[in-house]
Design a protein around this ligand. Sequence first.
Ligand SMILES: Cc1cc2nc3c(=O)[nH]c(=O)nc-3n(C[C@H](O)[C@H](O)[C@H](O)COP(=O)(O)OP(=O)(O)OC[C@H]3O[C@@H](n4cnc5c(N)ncnc54)[C@H](O)[C@@H]3O)c2cc1C
Ligand SMILES: *[C@@H]1O[C@H](CO)[C@@H](O)[C@H](O)[C@H]1NC(C)=O
Ligand SMILES: *[C@@H]1O[C@H](CO)[C@@H](O)[C@H](O)[C@H]1NC(C)=O
Ligand SMILES: *[C@@H]1O[C@H](CO)[C@@H](O)[C@H](O)[C@H]1NC(C)=O
Ligand SMILES: *[C@@H]1O[C@H](CO)[C@@H](O)[C@H](O)[C@H]1NC(C)=O
Length: 537
Amino acid sequence: MIPLAFLSLLLHVSASSSFAAASDSTYNTFLQCMQRNTKALPSQLSSIIYSQTNPSYTSVLRAYIRNARFNTTSTNKPLLIITPTTESHISATVLCAKTLGLRIKTRSGGHDYAGLSYTSGVPFVIIDMFNLRSVTVDLADQSAWIQTGATLGELYHNIWKKSKALGFPAGVCPTVGAGGHLSGGGYGNMIRKYGLAVDHVVDAKIVDAKGNVLDRKAMGEDLFWAIRGGGGASFGVILAYKLKLVPVPDIVTVFKAQRTLDNVNDKMTDFVYQWQQAAPTTNDGLFMRMLIQPVTSKASKGQKTVRVTINALYLGKADELVSFLAKDFPLLGLKKENCTELSWIDSVLWWANYDNGTSPDALLDRDPNSAIFGTRKSDYVQNPISKDGLEWIWKKMMELGKVGLVFNPYGGRMNQVPESATPFPHRAGNLFKIQYSISWKEPGPEADNNFTTQIRRLFSYMTPFVSKNPRSAFLNYRDIDIGVNHFGPNSYEEGKVYGVRYFGAANFDRLVKVKTAVDPENFFKSEQSIPTLPNKA
Ligand SMILES: Cc1cc2nc3c(=O)[nH]c(=O)nc-3n(C[C@H](O)[C@H](O)[C@H](O)COP(=O)(O)OP(=O)(O)OC[C@H]3O[C@@H](n4cnc5c(N)ncnc54)[C@H](O)[C@@H]3O)c2cc1C
Ligand SMILES: *[C@@H]1O[C@H](CO)[C@@H](O)[C@H](O)[C@H]1NC(C)=O
Ligand SMILES: *[C@@H]1O[C@H](CO)[C@@H](O)[C@H](O)[C@H]1NC(C)=O
Ligand SMILES: *[C@@H]1O[C@H](CO)[C@@H](O)[C@H](O)[C@H]1NC(C)=O
Ligand SMILES: *[C@@H]1O[C@H](CO)[C@@H](O)[C@H](O)[C@H]1NC(C)=O
């Protein structure tokens, strides 16, 4: 467990005001350094470098803050925000930040659950990738180059404009950024058919710690391996990924189903138990996500109960789906009238909770316009949870009152990819991943403390039911409770604590070797980055 004191240190470093005072002289020094390294005119550079006194600084900073917890006046702010429009701006920023002794945080979509792409406990600059967001689809090659500042919604929209027969197996939230999502091993509702997004990355471009721009051939297979799930922030600034697209049928099917604990006819516990057997083993084309949350009972007013909701995508027609689910998941009782057949792009909108009939152009909307506080955790389940175990979990969830669970089924393609293929190790042997989810609207430290305590309690109650040694976690569900690095003499040991949980012991070792080879001075470091090998004394 991370001591709370450290978290508040991270968020409320009181030195932030002295950072501000230093900012103007930092700006001038930085600008001069950028001129030397880019040969650009000051007027060209001044429009991409924001100091804290620039009137647009706050709006540029806030544009990609996606979690209200890190949107307060006491949150530590960057000295400068760089919004590059060319690769050379990024190379120069790396060299100049190094010269000035500033840490770099790279932000693509800003969806990091711990805000690590735009906060820091030490003086830092942000490289904000939003100007670099082209998506170029090559139909003949069935591939796409995507700059890391693009969102997943922009990716899906660009594919759809070119072809109704192709898609890509990445996340369901359209405003998630490609940079964090792909480097962190992103997944979506086609995971059982096609595996992870990174299983379809065939090339990449990165700016390394020396400021060099490298493609797959130039960076070599080790670094190329590392940036497909090992996290981008440890290795450089990733400019773009080349993705192999996947076929999607003309018609796909979606459905929702709900059960509540206080409705005895729903047999909710039996239903969830059967889901555990069916969801990871049924037809690979079917993904049935299950959300579990405590809610207020309709039957007995004021009482708490638990509700489960399935959201499902099947890559095929409703008739087939209804027929195999009658065998695999009889308690669901799915009928054709419960299903909606639609195009793949409309299923993307359905998963993103858009109203029926919304144009795919909505996927280009980069501003979710929500100011919600929230935090997440993750776990992996390798053996079905018994009915008694489930009943006990329901009881605990009702006591806690707000925190929810999301079960994401694995199996299918995930069972066929070796653990070592990418840094993401959670493959065969996992039935499903749990996301712990809590979001709230009340500002202030008291609510923050209440809700983070709640999610930690549920996480602790779940210990008997989830993976052990290590208790595995998913990098993209960033959780700083599982450890942070202070970059002192114990940097490697600290890194190993969270590293083994995110990547497994063998992949962590390989990531450390790659890191030590490509960034021996550990310039690219962050609260949960890959450490370098310890110096042998
Ligand atoms: C609403 C919501 C829905 C989500 N849904 C899913 C889902 O369906 N599937 C899933 O797998 N995950 C999901 N996630 C998690 C998401 O994939 C991660 O938070 C991801 O890291 C976000 O990427 P980003 O570019 O938006 O984040 P950022 O906050 O910009 O970056 C995240 C991390 O990556 C680093 N980084 C970003 N860009 C670069 C770059 N160009 N080069 C080097 N390092 C970089 C940052 O420094 C930071 O460490 C969701 C998150 C949210 C908030
Ligand atoms: C951040 O704060 C500003 C100003 O209060 C607000 O407009 C914006 O919606 C907030 N964003 C988030 C994600 O909290
Ligand atoms: C399917 O539809 C029927 C009839 O409308 C309804 O009673 C049933 O609850 C639905 N089942 C699911 C899984 O939604
Ligand atoms: C959307 O509306 C159309 C036409 O009204 C209807 O046929 C279809 O079933 C609806 N789809 C969903 C997902 O509700
Ligand atoms: C925090 O929890 C306490 C104890 O349950 C409660 O009295 C208080 O209202 C909560 N505060 C907030 C802001 O949620």
